[in-house]
Write a protein that binds this ligand. Structure first.
Ligand code: 4AZ
Length: 337
């Protein structure tokens, strides 16, 4: 090989490396633009940020979709981020009649409600399911529209909406919240997020425990353990994952039960998969349509309604791609002409 050829091929290699880098950059920017649902990168990276030594305290970044719904700076219910604008929660949390959007705040991005780095957003609309029945808790679901959109990062991420039909078995389920840790003690609500593992129970068996159970509800518990959600956890998510795809799906909304933590008495949850059409309709009517396609299977496509720009956006992925491509073209031009 001559000296010139070896210089040319190394320059060529550099140019190819640059091309590869720019493609990676392009891909990472595209991922940031439409974050995937149901992922928890900080938690999966290992326990290096953990403050937990034992017990069932949630770790930092373990439930990045979970929010605290507050009135007068006091936590009263949980909620779940489903996209940049929307929080799903329980209707019974907001049913009191005189609650207005301006009374509410949503705390996100933290498992510690006393953290100095938490983020607080206001609410512009409260939408309760119109068929919510206080007497039997049927249709216990509501949506909150935020006053500004969430910028996702590793501490703030949307959950995946349930698949239809949902898997017959989930590999792992958890419920988490800032609710009471002692069934009869209102003062047992803490600022640290707590979690318990859950197993979804057969509907027929659960309807023997709760004869007024409707098909919009599911039951979950943990045999021989008193793991349960309690007051203050309401509105928060029951999330599950399958063995195969390691994404987290919201299967239920904490709704009601017979007391808390009673052995062999499951908790009752709103069956979220029944409400996909309702979520779609409400979010469209309110002018902030939920785009399940992007959240479920992210792609390079733009969200519905947003126009593809005619020119590269300033600092956008295409501009970066072109900038990185330029040296490659120059090398090619110098050494092959
Ligand atoms: C409640 O009062 C409540 N054990 C929530 C969940 C359960 C019981 C009560 C389930 O908000």
């Amino acid at each position: 090989m001559t000296a010139l050829a070896s210089v040319t091929s190394s320059a060529n290699g550099e140019a190819k490396a640059m091309l590869l880098l720019s493609v990676l950059l392009l891909l990472s920017q595209a991922k940031g633009a439409h974050p995937e649902c149901g992922e928890r990168p900080i938690f999966e990276a290992g326990p290096q940020y953990s403050r937990i030594t034992e017990g069932m305290e949630a770790e930092v970044g373990e439930f990045p979709w979970l929010v605290s719904i507050q009135a007068g700076n006091e936590h009263f219910c949980g909620g779940t981020i489903i996209d940049e604008w929307w929080i799903v929660t329980a209707a019974h949390c907001l049913y009191s009649g005189d609650l207005e959007p301006k009374d509410l705040s949503v705390v996100l991005g933290t498992s510690d409600l006393q953290s100095p780095s938490l983020e607080i957003k206001g609410v512009t609309s409260i939408v309760l399911h119109k068929d919510f029945e206080r007497s039997n808790m049927n249709n216990d679901i509501a949506l909150l529209l935020l006053n500004s959109q969430i910028t996702f990062n590793d501490l703030k991420k949307p959950i995946c909406m349930p698949r239809q039909p949902s898997p017959s078995t989930w590999s792992e389920c958890w419920v988490a919240g800032w609710g009471q840790t002692e069934p009869d003690d209102k003062n047992s609500m803490g600022s640290d997020l707590m979690k318990v593992p859950m197993i979804i129970m057969d509907w027929q068996n659960c309807s023997k425990v709760f004869p007024n159970l409707t098909k919009n509800m599911l039951c979950a518990g943990y045999e021989n353990e008193n793991y349960d959600a309690c007051q203050g956890d309401s509105g928060g998510p029951l999330v599950c994952t399958t063995e195969s795809d390691k994404k987290w799906f919201q299967v239920g909304i904490v709704s009601w039960g017979r007391g808390c933590g009673m052995k062999n008495t499951p908790g009752v949850y709103t069956l979220l998969e029944n409400y996909s059409p309702w979520i779609k309709k409400v979010t469209e009517v309110q002018g902030r349509p939920y785009n399940s396609q992007i959240m479920r299977a992210p792609s390079m496509q733009k969200p519905k309604g947003s126009q593809a720009p005619k020119f590269p956006e300033p600092g956008g992925p295409r501009l970066w791609f072109l900038l990185c491509l330029l040296p490659y073209m120059l090398f090619q031009a110098i050494f092959y002409w």
